[in-house]
Ligand binder design. Sequence first.
Ligand code: WT7
Length: 656
Amino acid sequence: MSQPTIESILNEKRLFEPPAEFANQARINGMAAYDALYEKAAADPAAFWAELAEKELHWFKKWDQVLDWQPPFAKWFVGGKINISYNCLDRHLTTERRNKAALIWEGEPGDERTLTYAQLHREVCQMANVLKDLGVKKGDRVGLYMPMIPEAAIAMLACARIGAPHTVVFGGFSAEALRDRLNDAEAKVVITADGGFRKDKTIPLKAAVDKALENNAVPSITNVLVVQRTQEDIYWQDGRDVWWHEVKPTTSAKCEAEPMDAEDMLFILYTSGTTGKPKGVVHTTGGYNLYTHMTFQWTFDHKENDVYWCTADVGWITGHSYIVYGPLSNGATSLMYEGVPRPSNPGCFWDVVEKYGVNIFYTAPTAIRAFIKMGDDRPNARDLSSLRILGTVGEPSNPEAWMWYHKVIGGERCPIVDTWWQTETGGFMLTPLPGATPTKPGSATKPFPGILADVVDLDGNPVGDNEGGYLVVKHPWPSMMRTVYGNDERFRRTYWEHIAPKDGKYLYFAGDGARRDEDGYFWVMGRVDDVLSVSGHRLGTMEIESALVSHPAVAEAAVVGRKDEIKGEDVYAFVTLEGSFSASDELKAELKQHVVDEIGIIARPGEIRFTDALPKTRSGKIIRRFLRNLASGEEVAGDTTTMEDQSVLDKLRAGA
Ligand code: WT7
């Protein structure tokens, strides 16, 4: 691991108090209220969560034990029976929410759909019954490879309803990546669409599924359920493939929610790590339901009539927790948008905010930076006065982007919640509460009540104010990942052994460096491991290197991140070629495409540099630090005497 470095944010001193009129009406109205909650939770986390679980959720049967902690394995609400689809749907049907919009959906070509809670419930029940008809039983895994259409949420809730864990694979991943994930999860059915619309193009999702399943490459799959979206011609395999719109009309809309054990698996979501293939992060039912419910409610200060919009894709944890489960569990109106800003319509986000009167808007710093580049005219031309709260997630928010968001989008009246969390944490860990926490541009501020976070050294000792260290969590929380699917040992190794206190205590560490300032504010400084954040998407350098090396021309590859104004980081690859191949622009293009085929468009290297050799230590380890310097055009910093062959670096410098 590399040592976290302190960046320019060290000098950020601005402080923004929640506007008084906002704070007065907020659920958590002021720092005293936050402090009281925080203290109460810290004194007895289990009791704190149990009280909320009882008050906020429906249980078929109450738990026997709140927390069973056998480090690093936690169980929450042991013995409790619950169904998250019931909490997101059924329980609202007996209230005034029955005919309230659950999902408002805006399609890329401008089509639209609104589903009330009653309508959504009906569709979810129908899809659940279709899955049952296809032989899916409680415990069977179901793969989802979907565009951003209501059926993506419907499919997730349908799986949850019958107790079949879903594994959603982002539509931007390739057929290869999809195949790996379906195989790892041993999925029984895949739910997909003929295609999806993205940036003035269509993406052939069904064709990718066909390719992934070619030659029985995923033997566990029995059926493919296909939603019609683009109406393009697709290959059809009778007996395996089933059209949703054909089976739906004759399928019953009655399907009771299966009472699930609180610790039954709700979903697997794959994410990149430092070594090997992506790992399947396992989340379970009860704790995840409670934590996404509470964090959504308090962090977004949710009010009954709010229109809430999270711009993420359901293929990421953000979409799981804060498009589908958190909002719907609260009976909120969640807006789903199929599009992304594109050259032909860079103002589409603001069009959507104005059109639907969005009150709570949640997006990523990379998007904000892209909007800054496009100028203020587009947002200024729209009525954004409905906005009440703005949020960010995915990477550290640079103070410039934060200030622009605050001024141009928020009209200086909307609190910004910069939420730090991870696929593994299930929900927000560090975040302001908008009516309480004074914000500082670039800081995710303070822990959510019940989260005991700290910044420590490698032995787990807390470091001093403003000293860089490793961001850890010291006590289990309800929505923490339970394990790596099928690999408890990898779970232990990856998250619990890097920081090893001498007293044997377990600290959760998932790879970020941070510092805490004199006011107790956390400043997340980014990954300290070999994981890149490209447009807020997490990519393992090893994963991209393996993809490159699988090409016959490549002998060796080393991937590092290069700072990018919009994406945060861009993929920069150093490649040495097999003897019979020679460097050319064509080969560069081919290798970039090869990475796209192996992983997906999000991993496409921005730059590939051919070299005769890579800088290595005498023991043969690639010295990435030097490569990072070279990629960003900086002077190579640090001790170069550990290198095996000094001339390698000279050549790389000369060729720069
Ligand atoms: C990594 C997790 C959680 C959903 C999106 C990404 C980085 C996330 C912030 C933030 C600074 C952030 C971290 C983290 N990250 N939010 N507000 N400030 N960094 O989920 O793919 O699991 O990635 O994203 O580096 O470890 P993910």
